[in-house]
Design a protein around this ligand. Sequence first.
Ligand SMILES: [Zn+2]
Length: 107
Amino acid sequence: MRPSERVMKKKKVRVPGGESRISLIRQKKTKVSCGICKDRILSANNNRGLSKTEKRPSVVFGGVLCSTCRDKVFENAIKVKIGAKKEDDLTVTMKKFVSQAIKRIGK
Ligand SMILES: [Zn+2]
């Protein structure tokens, strides 16, 4: 079995001779959703055969967060950095992205 086949879904099929064999099925593509609000990101998809820039926008958190959540993350990151807001006041998921965003702002 090739390494690429190991991740494929296996399904037992009965062949005309009467015996059952394992056939490999390529798993369906999933829709890309935002990491915070779980809404669909229309500008991103994970189809095979597309180039990197066709799969997701090249902004920070592109293909991970939707545009409204990305704005909120950077707003909170700046507030935390200048000390107007405490990092502990944020929700757990927001905190994860904000700490990543602060690293990017620091550069
Ligand atoms: Zn979102």
